[in-house]
Design a protein around this ligand. Structure first.
Ligand code: GUN
Ligand code: FE
Length: 457
């Protein structure tokens, strides 16, 4: 078994810290002292600290001040939590941006299956997944919930690479044994379930304490799975009450019609997945666009999470807007997903921007009943909301003392700022933050930390 990544020594910061305490509460702490202990956990978070007091605080905490560095952030620099991508297809990394404008089912058949089939080749998987995990880390995605391809071996490689590169991840072997070409289909229900169990075992071997990587049960969607496969996955979910579940859910009209043809006994997808034991407080449901009232109620009762993917929802053949404000009003957990590569972008900043755009469309369509998302709310969805959806909010999502330090060091001053709106002398922190969210990119992310370890490649 490979060893877990080594953690950095204690590390401390002084400067501006921005994080969400809840959907409506974005906290900005200036002159903040933040200390990460040697296990990667946040040990201290204190605002309005005079820089001259930092060494005293450190020694009061029981450390010799010179055993680790203090990073003093300048004006235009701040720390924020790392982004959580609640829905991501790792084997689609090399097809992002291809096949725009097709219906979902045509896009799968014409573009996607052929790409994913390449992951049969372990050398290809190693190369592409290295590029994928590095690419997402560079863009500040410190946690991703990944669909692998159907290949057990390649998906084990994906888990290995997340651990090696230090990305927090949920990793699932994609289950799919029908309605795809013979050359890209699980050979049998038994084999699909066997490969799933083998992946769970593999991840438990390489990361026994689930420090970074966890398995996730991943039926592609009901169209791809015979009833026996869904039942078998429901059994695995029941036997493993810690393992989350992800699938595509009420994503597109054609997909919903075809699902109904295949499963005429269920009135809704909620009834369908629920009956197979796949809906509970560990479920991550991607898209959730066309839910009936009773389905929304069921998601509340079952405590399922929603992965909102506003770019892929508007990249296929139809402009699809999920009723996110309604979900938030009902207290349903919501996070953001790149849905890379159904979505062309792998940047959580761009996902937030599109979430704002589609929320304005929704506000319009509901005559103001569903107000558009605010900047704060979008940022919450990209961080703490996503952590809640992934069942990781006890560990990450903000800088509460005791959580693990998954963070971005953002620089909006000096160096190559790319095309971000220039920061001006009179800009308060709130404006600098808004400029970065709305116009920044990975060039402004100077460092990425996962569990205290600097991982940016
Ligand atoms: N539904 C089934 N498979 C997929 C996929 O790969 N991407 C998206 N967006 N929807 C799907
Ligand atoms: Fe998807």
């Amino acid at each position: 078994a490979k060893s877990s990544p080594t953690l950095g020594l204690p590390i401390a910061f002084h400067g501006t810290v921005i994080h969400s305490r809840s959907l409506s509460d974005l906290e900005t702490l200036e002159n903040c002292f933040l200390l990460v202990d040697k296990t990667g956990k946040i040990q201290a978070l204190q605002a309005e600290v005079d820089p001259n007091e930092v060494n005293k605080i450190i020694s009061d905490l029981g450390y010799a001040p010179d055993v680790f560095p203090v990073k003093y952030l300048q004006r235009g620099q701040f720390l924020c939590p790392g982004f959580v991508d609640t829905h991501n297809h790792a084997p689609q990394w090399a097809q992002r941006g291809v096949g725009r404008g097709k219906t979902l089912l045509n896009w799968l058949n014409d573009v996607t299956f052929a790409h994913e089939a390449k992951f049969e080749d372990s050398a290809y998987a190693k190369r592409m997944y290295s590029s994928c995990v590095s690419g997402f880390l560079r863009q500040g995605i410190t946690t991703a919930s990944y669909y692998g391809s159907l290949h057990g071996k390649a998906t084990q490689i994906l888990a290995d690479i997340c651990l090696e590169k230090g990305q927090r991840a949920l990793v699932g072997k994609c289950n799919m044994n029908r309605n795809s070409p013979n050359w890209y289909k699980d050979s049998s229900v038994e084999d699909s379930l066997y490969q799933t169990r083998a992946l769970i075992q593999h991840i438990q071997n390489i990361d026994p304490d689930s420090k970074l990587v966890r398995p996730i049960i991943t039926p592609r969607f009901a169209i791809s799975c015979e009833p026996e496969l869904l039942s078998g996955l429901g059994v695995i979910a029941k036997e493993n009450p810690d393992i989350p579940i992800q699938t595509h859910f009420n994503e597109a009209k054609g997909e919903m019609l075809f699902t109904k043809e295949l499963f005429p006994e269920f009135r809704t997808e909620t009834e369908l997945y629920k009956s197979y034991g796949l809906l509970n407080d560990r479920s991550i449901l991607a898209h959730c666009i066309y839910l009936e009232e009773e389905e929304i109620e069921a998601l509340c009762d079952l405590r399922c999470g929603v992965a909102h993917c506003p770019i892929s929802n508007t990249t296929m053949d139809y402009f699809m807007v999920a009723p996110i404000r309604e979900y938030l009003r009902r207290g349903i957990k919501v996070g953001l997903g790149t849905d890379s590569g159904g979505g062309h972008s792998s940047s959580m900043l761009e996902i937030m921007r599109q979430a704002f755009v589609v929320s304005i469309a929704r506000q319009d369509a509901t005559q103001g009943q569903d107000p558009a998302l605010t900047l704060f709310e979008g940022f919450f969805l990209a961080t703490l909301g996503g952590a809640q959806v992934c069942g990781l909010d006890d560990k990450i999502g903000n800088f509460a003392v005791g959580k693990e330090f998954d963070a971005l060091e953002v620089h909006c001053d000096g160096g190559d700022l790319g095309v971000m709106t220039p920061v001006e002398d009179e800009d308060p922190v709130s404006v600098i933050f808004e400029k970065w969210i709305m116009t920044g990119d990975d060039r402004n992310i100077a460092k990425v930390f996962v569990c205290g370890r600097s991982v940016k490649i």
